[in-house]
Design a protein. Structure first.
Length: 240
C-alpha cells in the first residue's frame, strides 16, 4: 500500500512538473535573455529578463522575441533537483542545406546539486519553424555556388562551372526545392547552336545555372550523342 502511495505521489508530481513546463513563459524569457541560455525555477541567478514577448508553441516550447533575435527555448521538468528548467536552443534554424542534427545533447549542472542533468534538445524545432513561417517575413535565398557535379551513370565530366548566382526565390522555397543541396538536371544535344541545351532544370535556377552548364560542356569539346543526367551540388557562396 505504501509503495502504491509513493507511486501515486510521483505520478502527481510528474504531472505538475509537466504542466509547469507548459506554462513557463517567464522562465523561458530568462533563458533567452541570460548569457548562458539557461533558467531554472527557483534559482535567482537566472532572473535576467529583457522581454515579455513570449509565444507558447506547445509541449514546453517557446518563441521568445528579444532585442537581438527571436530565440527558441525548450522547457522540461528535468533540472538536477527535479525543477522545471528552460534552455535556449543554440541551433533553432536549419542550415541552408541538409539541416542541423535533430537533437543536441546538453548537460546541466547546478551549484549545490550533486547530479548532472542530461537533456536532448531538438524537439521544438518543427514547432518553431511553423511559427516563424507565420510570423516572420520570408528570407531571400542566398547567393549559391556549385560545389561539385557528377554523372549518376559514370559519364566523364569536365570541372564544374565556377559560378555564383542568386535564385529569385526565398530561402524556404530553395530548401524545399533541394533539401540536401543537390539537384539532378539533364543535358541534351540540339540542332541549334551551341549544340547543347539543359532540358530539365527548375525554373528558379534556370537563368543562373543553365548557361554556365552549357558553356562548360561546349568548352570541354566532346559532342553529346544522347541526353545525359548530371547531379549538381550547391553550397552557399559565402562558404566557398
Amino acid at each position: 500500500m505504501l509503495s502504491l502511495a509513493r507511486a501515486l505521489l510521483v505520478l502527481v508530481l510528474g504531472a505538475c512538473a509537466t504542466h509547469d513546463a507548459r506554462h513557463a513563459r517567464s522562465l523561458a524569457a530568462r533563458a533567452a535573455c541570460g548569457d548562458d541560455g539557461l533558467a531554472v525555477f527557483g534559482f535567482p541567478r537566472h532572473e535576467t529578463q529583457c522581454t515579455d514577448d513570449v509565444a507558447a508553441l506547445g509541449d514546453g516550447c517557446y518563441a521568445v522575441v528579444t532585442p537581438s533575435a527571436t530565440a527558441l527555448v525548450e522547457c522540461v521538468a528535468a533540472a538536477p533537483d527535479g525543477h522545471v528548467m528552460c534552455l535556449q536552443d543554440p541551433r533553432p534554424r536549419p542550415a541552408l542545406f541538409a539541416g542541423d542534427p535533430v537533437r543536441i545533447e546538453t548537460w546541466v549542472w547546478q551549484r549545490g546539486q550533486p547530479a548532472i542533468a542530461k537533456v536532448a534538445m531538438g524537439r521544438c524545432r518543427p514547432r518553431f519553424a511553423a511559427w516563424t513561417a507565420r510570423h516572420e517575413a520570408p528570407v531571400p535565398a542566398p547567393e549559391l555556388a556549385i560545389s561539385d557535379w557528377y554523372s549518376p551513370t559514370g559519364w566523364a565530366l569536365p570541372p564544374a562551372p565556377a559560378i555564383r548566382f542568386t535564385p529569385p526565390i526565398d530561402r524556404g522555397a530553395l530548401q524545399a526545392l533541394m533539401p540536401a543541396g543537390a539537384l539532378e538536371i539533364e543535358v541534351c544535344p540540339v540542332a541549334a547552336p551551341p549544340g547543347i541545351a539543359v532540358t530539365r532544370v527548375p525554373v528558379p535556377l534556370a537563368a543562373g545555372l543553365a548557361p554556365a552548364v552549357v558553356d562548360a560542356l561546349v568548352r570541354w569539346g566532346r559532342p553529346l550523342q544522347s541526353c545525359r543526367s548530371i547531379v549538381v551540388g550547391f553550397v552557399g557562396a559565402h562558404l566557398t
